[in-house]
Design a protein around this ligand. Structure first.
Ligand SMILES: Nc1ncnc2c1ncn2[C@@H]1O[C@H](COP(=O)(O)OP(=O)(O)O)[C@@H](O)[C@H]1O
Ligand SMILES: [Mg+2]
Length: 333
């Protein structure tokens, strides 16, 4: 039995269906991510799991119990939102204690648990600080402590890092993952950021227009996209149409052929055996890699190469040869 089991979840607003037949099973202790562009329905699914939105159809079970119609406060959920939904007139300690006070826990119990939660998010000593006295990252750590202190059955995080700057975002995501592992907490993390999803998740659900496009571990989603949408969304895949695939590679395919820029070998020897002739059109320096745009048989391809320094850079117009392994060409719908 899955820890969280969602079957045939639907959500309509008037005529507009925003979640279509969403299915997922999450095992206890798993860290799962909903990844997709803005408006694809990530928040709506999360809010239905939390009980803030009523599904138009489908069933949500947690630990075997049907919670589809259960009140939010009875679900055992901890939630963190993108914008710091802290009470501005309460200090960090009072914000964290709020849920425990609602549960009418004894005062000594509350004090101890708040202190533990503050230590967990490395904010001991900041208990008396008000939200306006804390940085963005610290406020999100208070929000996280507030979600954790009630010992939820599941932690739901809705783009909790989106409002933070890049460096703090990376630190905090490591911290969230570390705490989640230590507590063995079943977690659903929502993001539109591919890198965030790839680095954090046990499993990723890529969403598009209210549907799950593909589900799998980070490795699978990145290297084996099932659809054109996933290939475009996950990286800088080259996507060849059926006619380009025929002209360039002599392959007959149905949808598109997806090829990762780093999987194409760029060769400079005149006689490179089984390879395609091409010409360098442009290059872009991305730091440790150089992304070349090359043209072969009228098709433009992006090819990534490690940047070994100025002597190694290929000039625009340089003749090259391309080698692509069949295993690195993926037919996508
Ligand atoms: N209360 C609502 N009433 C009508 N439409 C809504 C409501 N909430 C969300 N939507 C629509 O549902 C779709 C999915 O929204 P949302 O779940 O917030 O997407 P995401 O979190 O992936 O950005 C969007 O088209 C949005 O406009
Ligand atoms: Mg959202």
């Amino acid at each position: 039995m899955a820890y969280l089991d969602i079957q045939h979840l639907h959500k309509r607003y008037g005529q507009h269906t925003v979640v279509h037949d969403f299915n997922m099973r999450v095992e206890a202790g798993e860290f799962v991510t909903f990844l997709g562009p803005s408006g694809c329905g990530k928040t709506t699914v999360l809010r239905m799991i939390a009980g803030f939105e009523t599904p138009s159809g489908g069933v949500i079970r947690m630990q075997g119990e049907d919670i589809t119609a259960c009140a939010p406060q009875k679900r055992g959920i901890g939630m963190v939102f993108q914008s710091y939904a802290l009470f501005p007139n309460m200090n960090a300690g009072e914000n964290i204690a709020f849920g425990l006070k609602m549960q009418k826990r004894p005062a000594a119990d509350i004090r101890r648990k708040v202190a533990e939660a503050l230590a967990l998010v490395e904010l001991s000593g900041k208990e008396a600080h008000y939200p306006h006295q804390l940085s963005g990252g610290q406020r999100q750590r208070v929000a996280l402590a507030r979600a954790l202190v009630v010992e939820p059955r599941i932690l739901l995080l809705d783009e909790p890092l989106s409002a933070l700057d890049a460096r703090i975002r990376k630190n905090l995501r490591e911290q969230i993952r570390d705490i989640q592992r230590r507590l063995g907490l079943t977690t659903i993390f929502v993001t539109h950021d591919q890198e965030e999803a790839l680095t954090l998740s046990d499993r990723i659900f890529v969403m598009n227009q209210g549907k799950v496009e593909q589900e799998g571990c980070a490795e699978t989603i990145y290297t084996q996209p099932a659809t054109e949408f996933v290939a475009r969304f996950m990286g800088n895949y080259n996507l060849l149409s059926a006619s380009e695939s025929r002209t360039l590679l002599g392959l007959e395919i149905q949808g598109h052929l997806a090829i990762r820029p780093e999987s194409i070998q760029l060769l400079t020897e005149a006689d490179a055996g089984d390879s395609l002739p091409a010409v360098v059109r442009q290059r872009q320096l991305l730091g440790n890699i150089i992304r070349y745009q090359v043209e072969s048989a009228g098709t433009l391809l992006q090819v990534d190469r490690l940047n070994h320094g100025p002597a190694d850079v290929l000039a625009d117009g340089a003749p090259v040869r391309l080698r692509i392994r069949r295993d690195d060409m993926r037919e996508v719908r």
